[in-house]
Design a protein around this ligand. Structure first.
Ligand code: HEM
Length: 270
C-alpha cells in the first residue's frame, strides 16, 4: 500500500502551490463579534471569484472575435458556474441582524463593496458601463487604467451581437458601431434576432448554446444583486451605506440595469 510522502525540508509543495502562508496573512476581523470572520471571508472569497469571472469573460470576448464559438461558450458557462458558487456563499450572512452587524460595522470605516474594482470590471464586461462609477479608483492609477480599458472596449454582449451579425442575423449597424463606453440601449432588431435564434434553433446549435450560456450569466449576476440587496435589508434596513450611498434604495436602482436585455425580452416573441 503506497503511503503519502511525509518528509519535506521546508513548506510543503501544497503550501507553495496554494499560497497558504499568504492566505493566513490576509487581514482578519477587527472585533470579537462572532459574525465578523464570516463577513470578511465571504467578501474575500467573492473577490477571488469575481477575479475568476473576469478572466473567463475577458477570454470569451476574445474568442467571440474568432471562429471557435463553442470555446467562447464554454468560457461563458464557466463564468456562470462561478456565479452560482458566489451566490451560494451568501448563506452565512443571511442571519446577520442589525444588532449583530452593528457590533463590527464601525471597523469598515468608509470601506464598501462599492469600491470593488473587480466587481465593476465584471459589470463593464457584461455591458453595464458607467464612467462615473469608475471614478472611485482614480487614486489607484493601475486599477483605474484597467477599468477605463474595460469601459472603452466592446463588452461581451457587443462581441456576441457581432457574432449574430457575422452569421447573417439582422443587427443594425448603429448597434454594432456604437461607442462601447456608453450604456447599452435595447434595440427591437436585436430582440428579433435573438427571437429567431430561439424560434429556429435548439440544443447543440452553436448560437442557441451561446444564448443560453449568456442568459445563465445574466441570471447569475442578477441573482447576486438580489441576494446582496436582501443581505443589506436584513442587516441594516434602510440605513445609509458606509460607501456614502443611501443604501438599499440606491442598490434597488441597480436592479433596473438589466444585463443582456433582449435575451430576456425576445422570449415574449417566440
Ligand atoms: C450584510 C452584508 C453587506 C452589507 C450590509 C452591504 C452593504 C452595502 C451597501 C449599503 C452598498 C451600497 C454602497 C454604499 O453606500 O456602501 C453596497 C454595495 C456593494 N457591496 Fe455590499 N454589503 C454587504 C456584503 C457584501 C459582500 C459580501 C460583498 C462581496 C464582495 C459586497 C459587495 C458589494 C458591491 C460590489 C457593491 C457595489 C454594488 C453596485 O455598485 O451595484 N457586499 N453594499
Amino acid at each position: 500500500m503506497g503511503s503519502p510522502e511525509l518528509s519535506f525540508t521546508h513548506a510543503t509543495p501544497y503550501d507553495d502551490y496554494v499560497g497558504t502562508a499568504t492566505l493566513r496573512a490576509l487581514p482578519g476581523p477587527r472585533t470579537d463579534a462572532p459574525e465578523e470572520p464570516a463577513f470578511l471571508v465571504t467578501t474575500q472569497v467573492m473577490e477571488l471569484y469575481f477575479g475568476l469571472v473576469r478572466t473567463e469573460l475577458r477570454l470569451a470576448v476574445r474568442l467571440l472575435g474568432g471562429p471557435r464559438l463553442p470555446e467562447a461558450t464554454a468560457a461563458i458557462a464557466r463564468a456562470a458556474a462561478y456565479l452560482d458558487v458566489v451566490n451560494a456563499a451568501w448563506r452565512p450572512l443571511n442571519r446577520l441582524t442589525p444588532r449583530r452587524f452593528n457590533a463590527f460595522r464601525a471597523g469598515l470605516g468608509e470601506g464598501s463593496g462599492f469600491q470593488s474594482a473587480l466587481y465593476r470590471e465584471v459589470e463593464f464586461l457584461l455591458g453595464d458601463k458607467s464612467a462615473s462609477l469608475a471614478q472611485v479608483h482614480r487614486g489607484n492609477p493601475e486599477t483605474y487604467r484597467e477599468l477605463l480599458a474595460a469601459l472603452r472596449a466592446p463588452s461581451l454582449y457587443d462581441a456576441a451581437l457581432s457574432v449574430l451579425d457575422r452569421r447573417g442575423y439582422d443587427v443594425p449597424a448603429a448597434v454594432l458601431t456604437r461607442a462601447p463606453e456608453t450604456p447599452y440601449r435595447p434595440d427591437p432588431q436585436v430582440e428579433k434576432a435573438w427571437a429567431r435564434v430561439y424560434a429556429e434553433l435548439g440544443p447543440g446549435d452553436e448560437l442557441w448554446e451561446l444564448a443560453e450560456a449568456l442568459t445563465d450569466v445574466s441570471d447569475g449576476f442578477t441573482q447576486w444583486r438580489v441576494r446582496h440587496l436582501a443581505a443589506v435589508r436584513r442587516s441594516m434596513g434602510a440605513k445609509a451605506g458606509t460607501g456614502g450611498s443611501s443604501g438599499a434604495s440606491w442598490l434597488e436602482r441597480t436592479l433596473r440595469r438589466e444585463i443582456f436585455p433582449e435575451l430576456w425580452s425576445a422570449r415574449t416573441l417566440v
